[in-house]
Design a binder for this molecule. Structure first.
Ligand code: ADP
Length: 598
């Protein structure tokens, strides 16, 4: 009897102990909040084995912006499993999603009965430095954003071998975060006639929109080769929305000439470029490889790049024909943008940016050492369209200029929403808390499940508290806390100028001329936006062949540049939709020139 009792007692003790000390096995769900997608935007399924080890982490729900969050979703789960910690290094450029995946994992392992304190301890991966490497290609490109990859494909199409160095763990740069609008006019086509547009009008608007500071030769090159660029992309397999119905006016674009890719954000460009690169020989992208220095031969010709590789090793790439700098802008560097800024009162850290973490002006610094000339470095573009939490363009509900208005915290309109980006942002700075609401109706979102330009549905944004939806304007006003009378009056006045209104076709008190349908089809939507640093329009001086020019006005042999790192195209204010055009047109020109060793 005694024996049986002690056995029962021992068993009971063992059971009690195991429920405390040994984790349960199985799959556990955890939830994490991210600054981008809001509460509970990330959900993970965590598998725990009988030894209490986590063997798998899978992101089962991702409410963050696709494209931006992808690298975190791809890399963080594996790192968590490898390090057995929910506190690992975040993926640069996707830190909010990285943190949310870690928080969700901690939630899951806690539910599994694992030691939460141990799982919260920071664990850093020890990287063993690899061998130094020396490589060679005809054309070496620094930066795998829009301009860099357009150049890579073009140079390879011309028969050159190409190596692209990219410092981040992914391709895309800022280009992949763009709303996707690409200005291009197919001159004398049906669409151009229908929209009363021409290459010449695109030229005039680009020049005027930049206060005539742009170099007319470069601007002419941009607009006259823009449509050829679209055709080239389509030949490579990129899909755009139907031209007859799909051309639109992007904010600050001034005219409906933006082509819209079928894929959200700038993702279509990279799907296209990487499809080409993955399926062709002699064109490669090296990720996590940061260029530090340009090499110059005895004749003064740029002949290569020295970079730091993934493990901290030195990667030297010799260029037989030329080096293309496609490193993008510097809006991600508070230090540089504050130093160069001449247009704004303050571009310190309190103003957020739409840019990815890699937009730090490395190319500027590298070319400064070679005596390159720089133009209009003080011209920095802000947008009135930043997410109040992150500064990102994601979460923006607008589809085009014509269908939406901006109202301030008092519910009043305050600017021509079809105007220049600098004018709109300046006007926004003058409003209460420099905050505005974009207001529109259900013409764009008939059910709410349609996507914005960033791959998010209106309903998802509403659910995450990043947008508001109401059946009437009065209810919407209550939700966003603006005086209902003002909002209703603002919309009514706007509607008088929209299609079917008694003043249709005439500019309103702010000078707005771009209208379509009235805002009268409930439910109505609103989302808050703030000023955000977007594009650095100044940069290195190039000629129309994308050759870099030095301070004496001479070509630096073997050195080419394209995209945001260059200056002199956009002048004082860049037209919305011209940046992607710039990457395609001048990326291709740089690829062409370098492959010829021009
Ligand atoms: P653009 O629109 O001009 O192509 P992006 O911002 O799209 O500009 O792309 C620039 C790319 O260059 C980014 O992917 C960025 O990470 C990369 N880059 C910037 N500096 C370096 C560097 N020092 N070495 C390698 N890549 C770099």
């Amino acid at each position: 009897m005694k024996k049986v009792l002690s056995l029962v007692l021992a068993l009971a003790m063992l059971l009690t102990m195991s429920s405390f000390a040994v984790a349960e096995t199985g799959v556990f769900t955890g939830v994490g909040d991210s600054n981008i997608g809001g509460a509970g935007s990330i959900e993970v399924a965590v598998t725990v084995d009988e030894n209490g080890a986590v063997t798998n982490v899978e992101v089962t729900k991702n409410g963050d912006t696709p494209g931006i969050s992808d690298p975190a979703v791809e890399q963080i789960p594996a790192l968590i499993v490898e390090m057995q910690s929910a506190n690992v290094d975040a993926v640069s450029g996707a830190t909010y999603t990285s943190d949310a995946i870690m928080a969700a994992t901690l939630d899951a392992v806690t539910k599994a009965g694992l030691d939460a304190a141990a799982w919260s301890e920071k664990k850093e991966k020890v990287v063993v430095k690899g061998e130094d490497v020396e490589l060679e290609a005809d054309v070496v490109i620094v930066g795998a954003g829009g301009a860099g990859l357009a150049a890579a494909v073009q140079a390879n199409q011309n028969g050159s071998s190409v190596i692209v160095l990219e410092k981040m763990g992914k391709v895309g740069g800022n280009t992949i975060l763009a709303g996707g609008a690409l200005n291009a006019v197919n001159d004398r086509s049906e669409q151009a006639l229908a929209y009363n547009d021409s290459v010449e009008w695109h030229f005039t608007q680009t020049m005027n929109g930049g206060d005539n500071q742009g170099d007319p030769v470069l601007v002419h090159t941009l607009v006259s080769q823009a449509y050829e660029g679209v055709a080239w992309l389509m030949d490579l397999g990129m899909e755009f929305q139907d031209e007859t119905t799909g051309l639109f006016t992007v904010t600050g674009g001034l005219w409906p000439r933006a082509h819209k890719p079928v894929m959200p954000l700038g993702q279509g460009f990279f799907a296209t470029y990487m499809n080409y690169i993955d399926n062709h020989d002699n064109v490669d992208v090296m990720l996590n490889t940061k260029a530090n220095e340009l090499l110059v031969d005895d004749n003064g010709r740029v002949c290569g790049v020295v970079a730091t590789g993934e493990t901290g090793n030195t990667v030297t790439v010799k260029a037989g024909k030329g080096v293309i700098m496609a490193t993008g802008g510097f809006a991600g560097s508070v230090e540089l943008r504050s130093a160069f800024n001449t247009q704004w009162a303050d571009l310190g850290a309190t103003i957020k940016t739409t840019n990815h973490a890699g937009a730090t002006g490395d190319g500027i610094k590298m070319m400064q050492k070679l005596g390159a000339d720089f133009v209009q470095m003080g011209n920095i573009q802000l947008l009135p369209l930043g997410d109040p939490q992150t500064g990102s363009l994601a979460g923006n509900i607008e589809h085009d200029v014509e269908t939406r208005i901006f109202v301030n915290k008092e519910g009043n309109r305050f600017v021509n929403e079809g105007g220049r980006r600098d004018d709109m942002t300046n006007a926004l700075f003058a409003q209460t808390d420099a905050t505005m609401w974009i207001v529109m109706d259900s013409d764009t979102y008939p059910t709410g499940d349609e996507l914005n330009n960033f791959g998010e549905t209106a309903n998802q944004l509403v659910e995450a508290g990043r947008a508001f939806k109401a059946d009437t304007l009065e209810e919407l006003a209550a939700l966003i806390n603006v005086p209902a009378d003002n909002l209703v009056a603002a919309v009514a006045e706007f509607n008088r100028h929209a299609e079917g209104g008694d003043l249709a076709g005439t500019p309103d008190e702010f000078g707005r001329t771009l209208y379509k349908t009235p805002i009268d089809n409930g439910p109505f939507y609103a989302a808050a936006r703030v000023p955000t640093v977007h594009h650095t329009m100044g940069g290195v001086r190039i000629n129309q062949y994308a050759q870099v020019i030095n301070e004496n006005g001479q070509i630096i042999p073997g050195l080419y540049a394209a995209g945001e790192v260059t200056g002199g195209i956009h002048g004082a204010n860049r037209l919305g939709g011209n940046a992607l055009t710039d990457t395609v047109v001048f990326g291709r020109i740089a690829g062409d020139s370098a492959s010829q060793g021009k």
